[in-house]
Write a protein that binds this ligand. Structure first.
Ligand SMILES: Nc1nc2c(c(=O)[nH]1)N[C@H]1C(S)=C(S)[C@@H](COP(=O)(O)OP(=O)(O)OC[C@H]3O[C@@H](n4cnc5c(=O)[nH]c(N)nc54)[C@H](O)[C@@H]3O)O[C@H]1N2
Ligand SMILES: Nc1nc2c(c(=O)[nH]1)N[C@H]1C(S)=C(S)[C@@H](COP(=O)(O)OP(=O)(O)OC[C@H]3O[C@@H](n4cnc5c(=O)[nH]c(N)nc54)[C@H](O)[C@@H]3O)O[C@H]1N2
Ligand code: SF4
Ligand SMILES: [Mo]
Length: 708
C-alpha cells in the first residue's frame, strides 16, 4: 500500500443505524468506503448511502463559505459580514415585532451531528424566542409524549431487544429500507433472519407488502390510519381471554382497570370492519404476544405519523407492558448509553401543553410547536406573527405538510437565515446561508442513536479530512453567530467548548465512569482507543431504577389518551367512494429530501412514482405508467403511476423528498430527476390531535387521468 494511502474509521451519520465505515483515502481523495467489520454494533454492514458520503464531500454544489442573496444571484461574503448582517436583521425584526417574531426550524440531520446537538443552545439563547419547530413533529413526537407520560422522561424510550426476541410484531415500519428507526439496529436483514434462525417469528402489518414484509413470517395488509382499532382490539383480547401478565412491573402499574374499560368497546370484530384485518387474526396476534417469552410489539412511521399516532404508540406500550414484554430480555428495553443515560433527575424530561400555537391552538411539547402550524403562523397577520426564520439542517418545503403553503410563507418573510450546505427548495428563500463543513471533515460521536441502540456501544471517530480552508463546523457557527447576536443586543453570552469536551464530561458522569464506580472507568480518551467502537454489552432490564416519574410508578392512563379513545370510538369511516388513501415510501438509496444530488444513489430505475393496485387502475380507467393527477384538499400534482400489487386496493404510495425540478434550486443532479413532492398533497390540518404531530400517512386523495 503506498505510504500516502490512509485507512480511517468513522461511523456513518446519515441514518439511525450508525454503521461503522472503513474509509481509505489518498490525499484529498476517497479511494473506498466499506463496512467496518470490527464495529461491534454494525459488524461490517453498510448500505449504498454509506458509500455516498464521498459524494457529499466532493459535491461541487455544496457550499463551503457564506453566501448572501443579491437579486436572483448568490454572492460569497465573509463570515464576519454574514454574522453581522444576521445579527442586525434578526434584532431589528425583534425590536419591531417582538421576541417571538423570529422562529427556528431544525431539521433531521441536527440529531445526526453531535456539534449541532451540543451547541444549538448558544444561538437559541441569544435569539431569545420561544417559537421553535423541528422535524420531531413530522416524525417521532408521539414516542416522546408517550415516554414522557408513562416513564417520566421524553428520551426514556424503550427499543426492541431484537437480538434476543422470539416474536416481533412490526407495525408501520420498514426497517429493510430505513435500516431501523427508534431502534438503532444496523445489519437489520441479518438481525431479522436471526430471529427466524432461533425458532422465532416476525410479523409485519403494513398497507404495502414492503421489503420487510417480503421476508417476514407473516404480513397483514391494513387500511391506513386504522391501526389504533387493531391495537385496542389486541388489548381487548388480552383482557377478555385473561392473558395479561405484568411480571416485575406489577407493583409499579397504576390504572390497569382503566385500560381494561377503555378497550372494552374495541372488539376484534369492530377492528376487522375498520382495518380490513380478520378479527381472528387480530386476536391471534394478541395470543402470540402473550404466549411467547421474549416477544415485542414495535411500531414506527406508519403508526406514529398518522391521525392516531400517539394513541397507537400508547397502545403499543400497553401491549408490551401487559404481556410482560417491557424491560425483559427479548422484549422492549431502554438502552444504556455511555453519554445521555436517562435516570431520575436527568434534565430535559419534557413538558406538554405549557402554551399553544396562536392560530390553531396546538400544544407545545418540550418547547416546540408542531411543524404543521409553522406556515400559518407566518401567513396569519396579527400580534405574534412570525416575520423571520432560522433554519438549521432542514428542508420543510419538501418535508412538512402542505409544502406549497410553506414555500409561500417563507417567500413572505422579512428575513431568513439557513445553516445548511445546499441551496435547496427551502434555503433558496434565505437571505443568507451559512454552510457548515461536511461530515467527513469533522469528528463524530453519536449522541442520539447510542441512546436508542439495540446493543450498547460507544464510538468516537476523528475527522477523515482536514476541513477546507476558511470553513466552519456547525458548532462553530452556533457559537460565533450566537455571540454576534448577543453582542449586537448587548446581552452576555458564553461560547461552549468544543463538542468532544462536552461529551467527555458527560461520559465521565455516565454509568460506565469511575464516578459511578464502574470497572471500565470510561472517559472519552478510553473510547477513542477503540476506533471501531467499544462494546459495552447487551441491553439489560433497568426498571424501576430508571423510571423518572415523580411517584416512581407507571400511570397507564392519561387525560389526552382518554380523549383520543373517545375520538376513536366516535369516528366513522369517512373516505368517500372515489377517494384513496395516500401513504409514503422509503427506499434504501434515498434519504429524506437531501441525498438526490448523488449520481450513484439516483441512477438506475426511477423510484419516485405513485404505486397503485392494478384493480384500482382498472376502476379508474388508467393504464400502467400513465400520467395521473393526484388531488388532495390542499393541492394537486401530476406524476406517473405504476401498477403494483404491493399496495392494497384503496391505497396509493408516493415517496416524499422529491420534486427538485424548480427554479432557484442549485442541485444539478437532483434537479434533473423527475418526481413531485408528496408534501404538496399532505394536509397541514391533518394531525394527530393528541400531540399535534403531522399525519403524513393516510391522506385522502383522488386520482384522475391526465389525457394528452
Ligand atoms: N410525506 C412525508 N413527509 C415526511 C416524511 C414521510 O415519511 N412522508 N418523513 C418525515 C421525517 S421522518 C423527517 S425526519 C423529515 C425530515 O425533514 P427535514 O429534516 O426538514 O428535511 P431533510 O430532507 O432531512 O433535509 C435536511 C437538510 O439538512 C441539510 N443538511 C444535511 N446535513 C447537514 C449538516 O450536517 N449540517 C447542516 N447544517 N445541514 C445539513 C440538507 O442539506 C437539507 O437541507 O421529513 C418528514 N417528512
Ligand atoms: N433509506 C432511507 N432510510 C431512512 C430514511 C430515508 O429517507 N431513506 N429516513 C430516516 C428517517 S428520518 C426515519 S424517521 C426512518 C423511518 O423509518 P421507518 O418507519 O421504518 O420507515 P418507513 O419506510 O417510513 O416505514 C413506514 C411504513 O409504514 C407503512 N405505513 C404507512 N401508513 C401506515 C398505516 O397507516 N399503518 C401501518 N401499519 N403502516 C403504515 C408504510 O407503508 C411503510 O412501510 O427512516 C430513516 N432511514
Ligand atoms: S444504513 Fe447506510 S445510511 Fe444508515 S448508517 Fe448504515 S451505511 Fe449509513
Ligand atoms: Mo425521521
Amino acid at each position: 500500500m503506498p505510504a500516502d494511502i490512509k485507512t480511517h474509521y468513522r461511523a456513518c451519520n446519515l441514518c439511525e443505524a450508525i454503521c461503522g465505515l472503513e474509509i481509505k483515502t489518498q490525499g484529498q481523495q476517497v479511494l473506498s468506503i466499506k463496512g467496518d467489520k470490527n464495529d461491534p454494533l454494525s459488524r461490517g454492514y453498510i448500505c449504498p448511502k454509506g458509500t455516498a458520503m464521498e459524494d457529499i464531500y466532493t459535491d461541487p454544489d455544496r457550499l463551503r463559505l457564506p453566501v448572501k442573496k443579491q437579486g436572483d444571484n448568490w454572492v460569497q461574503i465573509s463570515w464576519d459580514e454574514a454574522y453581522k448582517t444576521v445579527a442586525e436583521k434578526l434584532t431589528a425584526v425583534q425590536a419591531q415585532h417582538g421576541q417571538d417574531a423570529v422562529a427556528f426550524y431544525a431539521g433531521n440531520p441536527n440529531v445526526h451531528n453531535y456539534g449541532s446537538m451540543t451547541h444549538a443552545s448558544v444561538l437559541r439563547k441569544a435569539v431569545q424566542s420561544k417559537i421553535h419547530f423541528s422535524a420531531t413533529s413530522l416524525d417521532q413526537l408521539p414516542h416522546h409524549l408517550t415516554s414522557y407520560s408513562l416513564y417520566g422522561h421524553q428520551s426514556l424510550i424503550p427499543v426492541p431487544d431484537i437480538d434476543h426476541t422470539k416474536y416481533m410484531l412490526i407495525i408501520g415500519g420498514n426497517p429493510l429500507a430505513s435500516n431501523g428507526s427508534i431502534m438503532t439496529s444496523p445489519d437489520i436483514p441479518k438481525r431479522l433472519k436471526a430471529i427466524q434462525a432461533r425458532g422465532g417469528r416476525f410479523v409485519v402489518i403494513d398497507p404495502r407488502r414492503t421489503e420487510t414484509a417480503e421476508i417476514a413470517d407473516q404480513h397483514l395488509f391494513i387500511r391506513p390510519g386504522t391501526d389504533a382499532y387493531l391495537l385496542m382490539a389486541m388489548l381487548n383480547t388480552l383482557f377478555a381471554e385473561h392473558l395479561t401478565t405484568t411480571g416485575h412491573l406489577t407493583d409499579l402499574l397504576v390504572g390497569i382497570d382503566e385500560v381494561r374499560c377503555a378497550c372494552e368497546p374495541f372488539t376484534p370484530e369492530l377492528a376487522e370492519q375498520r382495518t380490513g384485518v380478520a378479527a381472528e387474526q387480530i386476536s391471534q396476534l394478541a395470543r402470540d404476544m402473550a404466549s411467547t417469552d421474549g416477544a415485542v410489539c414495535y411500531g414506527r412511521m406508519g403508526v406514529s405519523v398518522q391521525v392516531y399516532g400517539t394513541l397507537c404508540q400508547w397502545a403499543i406500550q400497553m401491549i408490551n407492558i401487559l404481556t410482560n414484554s417491557l424491560d425483559v430480555r427479548g422484549g422492549m428495553m431502554a438502552s444504556s448509553p455511555a453519554f445521555g443515560y436517562i435516570k431520575p433527575g436527568e434534565s430535559g424530561a419534557g413538558h406538554f401543553a405549557a402554551f399553544h400555537s396562536r392560530v390553531s391552538g396546538l400544544p407545545e411539547f418540550a418547547g416546540e410547536l408542531p411543524a404543521s402550524v409553522m406556515a400559518e403562523e407566518m401567513l396569519t397577520e396579527g400580534e405574534g406573527q412570525i416575520r423571520a426564520l432560522v433554519t438549521t439542517a432542514g428542508n420543510p418545503v419538501l418535508s412538512a405538510p402542505n409544502g406549497i403553503q410553506v414555500d409561500e410563507a417563507l417567500d413572505g418573510l422579512d428575513f431568513m437565515v439557513s445553516i445548511d450546505f445546499y441551496i435547496n427548495e427551502t434555503t433558496q428563500h434565505a437571505d443568507i446561508i451559512l454552510p457548515p463543513t461536511s461530515a467527513l471533515e469533522h469528528d463524530h460521536y453519536d449522541l442520539a442513536f447510542h441512546r436508542l441502540a439495540v446493543h450498547n456501544t460507544a464510538r468516537f471517530n476523528e475527522a477523515v479530512f482536514e476541513p477546507a480552508e476558511g470553513t466552519k463546523h456547525d458548532w462553530e457557527i452556533f457559537n460565533e453567530l450566537g455571540l454576534a447576536i448577543a453582542a449586537h443586543k448587548g446581552i452576555s453570552a458564553k461560547p461552549l467548548p468544543s463538542p468532544d469536551q462536552l461529551i467527555d464530561l458527560g461520559i465521565q458522569r455516565g454509568p460506565y465512569s469511575a464516578a459511578a464506580g464502574h470497572e471500565l472507568e470510561l472517559t472519552l480518551n478510553k473510547v477513542k482507543q477503540h476506533p471501531h467502537g467499544l462494546d459495552i454489552g447487551r441491553l439489560e432490564p433497568s426498571l424501576p431504577e430508571r423510571l423518572c416519574t415523580d411517584d416512581g410508578k407507571i400511570t397507564l392512563m392519561a387525560g389526552y389518551i382518554e380523549q383520543d379513545i373517545g375520538r376513536l370510538a366516535a369516528a366513522e369511516q369517512v373516505t368517500a367512494a372515489d377517494e384513496m388513501l395516500l401513504i409514503g415510501r422509503r427506499h434504501i438509496r434515498s434519504n429524506n429530501s437531501w441525498m438526490h444530488n448523488s449520481h450513484r444513489l439516483v441512477k438506475g430505475n426511477p423510484r419516485w412514482q405513485l404505486l397503485m393496485h392494478p384493480d384500482d387502475l382498472a376502476k379508474h380507467d388508467l393504464d400502467d405508467q400513465s400520467q395521473v393527477r393526484i388531488q388532495s384538499r390542499v393541492g394537486a400534482v401530476e406524476t406517473q403511476v405504476l401498477a403494483s400489487d404491493e399496495v392494497m386496493p384503496g391505497v396509493v404510495s408516493l415517496p416524499h423528498g422529491w420534486g427538485h425540478k424548480r427554479d432557484g434550486v442549485n442541485l444539478s443532479i437532483a434537479a434533473e430527476q423527475e418526481g413531485v413532492s408528496c408534501n404538496d398533497l399532505t394536509d397541514n390540518k391533518l394531525v394527530d390531535r393528541a400531540s399535534g404531530n403531522s399525519a403524513l400517512n393516510g391522506v385522502p386523495v383522488k386520482i384522475f387521468a391526465v389525457r394528452a
